[in-house]
Design a binder for this molecule. Structure first.
Ligand SMILES: C[S@@+](CC[C@H](N)C(=O)[O-])C[C@H]1O[C@@H](n2cnc3c(N)ncnc32)[C@H](O)[C@@H]1O
Length: 267
């Protein structure tokens, strides 16, 4: 059985030096900006990227996180943004940023690598905003529907949105593990309720992705509370995590250490 490497956190990537090897990143959380840190990762170093960026939800024409006449929806924790990112960029700037992120992700995956890029469609000024402007030109192979329980954005003009999308953006030689295709392309997982991070993935969702691939090294450039690392540990794969918030990096570090300790006890 592969021995899980000890976890480490690097809080200042600038001190690590300009030229970095893949080993320098493995099983570490790097506290910094996603694009800047990814620029230091060598070409083809990461087999799989699994990530959910900030959705820019606070830059919204209608503040969809309210319940109409009943005021704010108490559970919409994201209405406060993140600790070190306000989630309210001008739309064009946000699209450019996300395309820069995807460009770096494409550079650091090999010919059989893939990116699972989670996003949320929404209605803006009465029209569907389907994020085509972000993913245009990238090799999107499939859109997986992640059906959540319930939803937010109550609006009398359209049905309550209850799903998010996961773009499978794949290089030509990417293949799933044998029989993983039988999962189909509509996945039902309840959103994470037990996490202090306002937008954490449910672990089962990421286990579905990681367990469906042969990837040895998995990157999440918007790691948040560390869910992608937890899943990598579950499948004995290496991970690299990046987040701009020192608070979430600490949260992820604690969670990973606890999870590693529990996994050791059970093995
Ligand atoms: C949708 S959340 C990810 C949550 C994560 N999937 C989890 O399971 O906890 C997006 C994350 O992006 C981080 N973020 C925002 N701007 C960033 C940047 N420029 N570079 C890296 N991370 C950033 C936020 O701090 C937040 O934790």
């Amino acid at each position: 059985m592969q021995k899980q490497k000890e976890h480490q956190i690097i809080s200042d990537i600038a001190n690590v030096g300009q030229k970095m090897e893949t080993e320098d990143f493995l099983n570490k959380i790097i506290c910094g900006d996603a694009v800047e840190v990814m620029k230091k990762i060598p070409d083809g170093a990461v087999d799989l990227v699994v990530t959910s960026p900030p959705y820019n939800l606070k830059n919204s024409t209608g503040n969809g996180m309210t319940r109409g006449s009943k005021g704010k929806w108490a559970n919409a924790a994201l209405q406060n943004g993140y600790t070190h990112h306000d989630d309210c960029m001008p739309h064009e700037k946000y699209v450019k940023w996300q395309r820069d992120c995807l460009t770096e992700m494409m550079r650091i995956i090999p010919d059989d690598g893939a990116i699972f890029y989670n996003h949320k469609w929404r209605v803006q000024a009465g029209m569907l905003q389907d994020r085509q402007d972000i993913i245009q030109g990238f090799p999107v192979r499939q859109i997986i529907i992640w059906r959540r329980k319930g939803g937010f954005n109550f609006n009398p003009g359209y049905f309550l949105p209850t799903y998010e999308v996961i773009y499978l953006i794949a290089k030509p030689k990417f293949k799933l593990k044998s029989k993983a295709n039988a999962h189909g392309d509509v996945w039902e997982f309840t959103q994470e309720m037990n996490n202090d991070h306002p937008a954490a993935f449910p672990v089962d969702l990421i286990d579905r992705i990681v367990g469906s691939t042969h990837a040895k090294t998995i990157l999440d450039p918007f790691m948040g509370s560390g869910t992608t690392a937890i899943s990598a540990i579950n499948f004995k794969r290496d991970y690299i995590g990046i987040d701009v918030s020192p608070d979430y990096c600490k949260m992820a570090e604690e969670r990973i250490k606890n999870h590693q300790a529990q996994s050791k006890l059970l093995s």
